[in-house]
Design a protein around this ligand. Structure first.
Ligand SMILES: NC(=O)c1ccc[n+]([C@@H]2O[C@H](COP(=O)([O-])OP(=O)(O)OC[C@H]3O[C@@H](n4cnc5c(N)ncnc54)[C@H](O)[C@@H]3O)[C@@H](O)[C@H]2O)c1
Length: 376
């Protein structure tokens, strides 16, 4: 194991505050799983104790209320960014400010000799990320995109189903993130601050699909919604077509009072569905294709044989979701290993660049109403 990395958090709001507690307690991402130090299994292969890897040097925030919050929890509070950058005991900076300030903070930190773990969306544009990547190269400092939702239980399960071909050759995937509260009433509703749901949730669901499917994306179509907010997109509907013909429908909505399933994945020998983050769902596998004829069922005012459900047990079998075991703190751990020169980045800068370019293609499609031929 390499040296412990001393990290300072810049921006200690909802996310930065979460990181501060996560690092101080060692629980890391496990705190968002309802897991904590009292739970057996902490510091196991599934939940590395990150207090052995990371040490919280302190936090810095422009809001006195957040400074007070940190002091109350025994954290050191830097007076400004210059003090963070001048602190020679600080190895790394975690950037958790609103999206529009990630770039100057990340660049200043790397130029001051600090590694950077940067919240998503890492930058407001692919051009900004190219500038930051150049500084990372020039300074030799790590710039790590915090695309943590690649280690969410729901996505890990879908990834397993896809990669192990548990439902055969996958031809369509749907992921829908739906709420009914509009855009939060903070900077997320202000365009120039990096607001909008594409940069908030869109980046996560696009990131995960791009990380999972090792294929070129040929076509992109996107429609953004402005139902509850005129300035920023409060929802996105994205359609991706991959080189093999696989299609992916991604949706983020904030004006949905009933929800569709979080995930559906369809293959030629089965389907699976995850209904919600509570991980309720199932996998249905085909037992006998031959058993496809049946007696018609009533469908509205008519009959249908084509759409009649199959018999569970004879024609299909239902299985529980194949939830895999994984370390909730993989990203934090990988960041530390990369800083110590002991591993390659799992979430690479090039990957983050492709995600940003894909989001730009989505905005272009929304603006023109046309399909963008992304990697043709
Ligand atoms: N990875 C995830 O799952 C996830 C979840 C939530 C938020 N985020 C990301 O984290 C970042 C912060 O989001 P949030 O929800 O914590 O927002 P927030 O508004 O709750 O917190 C932002 C904090 O940054 C402070 N701040 C603003 N400008 C600053 C500056 N120049 N220097 C120092 N502090 C500054 C604010 O005072 C505030 O306390 C965003 O980039 C967001 O996209 C990521």
């Amino acid at each position: 194991m390499g040296k412990k990395i001393r990290i300072a958090i810049v921006g200690c709001g909802g996310m930065g505050g979460g990181h501060a507690i996560a690092i101080q307690s060692g629980t890391g991402n496990a705190i968002w799983n309802g897991n904590n130090l009292d739970v057996p299994g902490f510091d196991s292969p599934m939940t590395t104790d990150i207090s052995k890897l990371l040490e919280l040097a302190g936090i810095q925030d422009i809001d006195p209320a957040r400074e007070e919050w940190a002091r109350e929890r025994g954290m050191y509070v830097y007076k400004d960014l210059d003090e963070v950058l001048a602190d020679e005991t600080v190895d790394a900076v975690l950037v958790a400010t609103p999206n529009d300030s990630h770039k100057p903070i990340a660049i200043a930190a790397m130029k001051a000799g600090k590694h950077v773990l940067c919240e998503k969306p890492v930058m407001m544009s692919s051009a900004d990320l190219l500038d930051v990547m150049a500084v990372s190269k020039e300074t030799g400092k790590v710039f790590y995109p915090r695309q943590n939702r690649e280690w969410d239980e729901d996505f890990m399960t879908i990834r397993r189903i896809y990669e192990e071909k548990l439902v055969g050759e996958v031809f369509n995937i749907k992921c829908r993130i739906m709420g009914s509260r509009g855009i939060p009433g903070d900077w997320r509703g202000i365009k120039e601050k990096g607001g909008g749901m594409m940069l908030d949730w869109g980046v996560h669901i696009i990131d995960r699909i791009v990380a999972m499917v090792p294929e070129k994306i040929v076509d992109v179509f996107c429609h953004c919604t402005y139902i509850t907010n005129k300035e920023c997109d409060d929802g996105i509907q994205v359609y991706l077509k991959f080189e093999s013909g696989l299609t992916v429908n991604l949706e983020v909505g904030t004006c949905h009072f009933v929800n569709e399933p979080l995930w559906c994945i369809y293959g030629d020998t089965g389907s699976a569905m995850i209904n919600s983050w509570a991980m309720d769902g199932k996998m249905v596998l085909l037992k006998s294709w031959d058993d496809k004829d049946t007696t018609p069922i009533l469908a509205g005012a008519g009959l249908t044989k084509t759409m009649a459900p199959r018999m569970v047990g004879t024609s299909t079998e239902e299985l529980p979701l194949p939830i895999p075991e994984f370390d909730w703190n993989t990203l934090y751990k990988n960041f530390v290993d990369v800083c110590n020169g002991e591993a390659a980045q799992i979430v690479t800068q090039e990957h983050a660049l492709r995600v940003l370019r894909l989001m730009e293609a989505c905005f272009e499609s929304d603006k023109t109403g046309e399909v963008v031929h992304f990697e043709k």
